[in-house]
Design a protein around this ligand. Structure first.
Ligand code: ADP
Ligand code: MG
Length: 389
């Protein structure tokens, strides 16, 4: 199931629906999905990423309750979960995100309060727009706020990562939770995943963000993701033979990697080359956004896509066709696949006044090439998680 672009939620409607479900007034929280503008698979290699939040949110409504239980229902999934705050362990399905976030917050010293929770979302899931991080951060914000204790937004980021790693079983990096927590409207955020230093990057007025969802998600996404992580670690191990101080691919320059090409199996070399060159592209793109240099952004996005297709081998036919469809459409400024790969979405910069012709031309060309309907989402760069008062 994937949500269509026309299904939008308003805080007032969610508050009313949740109040009816939970039997009284609720506190309402939300956290956005995200799109990564550039910097793919660099986060777990401790490199740079440049995501923005999208104006699609996961809402969590909450009411405190007596006792030690968390109860949660979702408007999108039939299963409901009931778990004790004193015995949080991996469950199944989406309950893992609730249990994992609660466990992650308690492990950081936040004394949580029993609660009744209701979630509903307009972030398409499984499409690479990080509905899981939106769920983790909105749930984490609700639980932390209900606890009454003071907390640092970084607690939410850590708890979300803990849910992915220890409960859902995805060894993802820190980007998704970070942007869903810290995003600012009108900005992308350049994050250094090694030390979590970050900088806002204002998006110039001359471009709109347009996300094109291929509507496919190939089965190999999960296993290939973990394999890429492994291949990068192998690369680091081999490079460390010569330079033991290398801790991650972040510590390797393009010149150094090229000098060691003969020491690495060809596949490992290409995986490393994607990461090392992609880090540089993130830095270059930050400057190009600052300068409003769309010609440069086009080259950087295009080189990033080619690197993911040829060196990292995480693209697929539908993503390549979607990028080609967009490149030929009116208003196109820059485009590339985004997210983990093997399906999901492309991200495009489009002239704001030509978003509608871009949308119809891209959808038409994609349908002609694949027989599939593209879901096309134009979005401002949105703000991060918040309580709606
Ligand atoms: P992505 O994060 O790219 O959307 P994931 O596979 O990481 O894809 O996360 C999707 C999962 O997150 C869903 O299968 C579900 O378990 C959970 N999830 C997302 N949105 C909701 C929701 N509205 N209600 C309950 N669970 C959700
Ligand atoms: Mg996810």
């Amino acid at each position: 199931m994937s949500l269509s672009s026309s299904q939008r939620l308003t805080p007032a409607a969610v508050r009313e629906m949740a109040g009816a479900r939970l039997g009284g007034p609720v506190r309402l929280f939300r956290a956005p999905g995200r799109v990564n503008l550039i910097g793919e698979h660099t986060d777990y290699n401790l490199g740079f990423v440049l995501p923005a939040a999208i104006d699609r949110y996961t809402y969590v409504a909450a009411r405190p309750r007596a006792g030690r239980e968390l109860r949660m229902a979702s408007a999108q999934f039939p299963e409901t979960f009931s778990l004790s705050l004193d015995q949080l362990k991996p469950l199944r399905g989406w309950g893992n995100y609730l249990a994992g976030v609660a466990d992650g917050l308690q492990a950081q010293g936040l004394p949580l309060h029993a609660a009744e929770l209701f979630v509903t979302s307009e972030v398409p899931y499984g499409a690479g727009l990080s509905s899981s991080a939106a769920l983790e951060i909105s749930t984490g914000l609700a639980l932390a706020s209900l606890s009454g204790a003071s907390f640092d937004p970084l607690h939410l980021v850590r708890a979300g990562q803990h849910a992915e790693h220890a409960f859902a079983g995805t060894q993802s990096g820190v980007m998704d939770q970070f942007i869903s927590t810290f995003a600012r409207a009108g900005h992308a955020l350049r994050l250094d995943c090694r030390n979590l230093e970050w900088e806002l990057v204002a998006l110039p007025a001359g471009c709109a963000l347009v996300i094109c969802n291929t509507g496919v998600k190939h089965e190999l996404a999960g296993s290939e993701y973990n394999q890429r992580r492994q291949e990068c670690e192998t690369g680091v191990d081999l490079l460390r033979r010569d330079r033991p101080e290398i801790a991650s691919l972040r510590d390797v320059t393009i010149a150094e990697l090229t000098a060691h090409q003969a020491d690495l199996p060809p596949v490992i070399f290409r995986r490393c080359r994607h990461i090392v060159t992609e880090n540089q592209r993130v830095l270059d793109a930050g400057r190009a956004f600052h300068d409003g240099d769309f010609a440069r952004l086009r080259r950087l996005f295009s080189a990033s896509h080619a690197s993911m297709r040829d060196d990292y081998e995480i693209s697929c036919r539908e993503l390549d066709l979607m990028v080609a469809a967009a490149e030929a459409a009116p208003g196109f400024l820059a485009g590339r696949m985004t997210g983990g790969g093997f399906g999901g979405c492309t991200v495009n910069l489009v002239r704001p006044e030509l978003v509608e012709p871009f949308r119809s031309a891209t959808a038409h060309a994609y349908a002609q090439a694949t027989g599939r309907e593209a879901e096309i989402i134009a979005t401002p760069a949105a703000a991060g998680c918040e309580e709606l008062l």
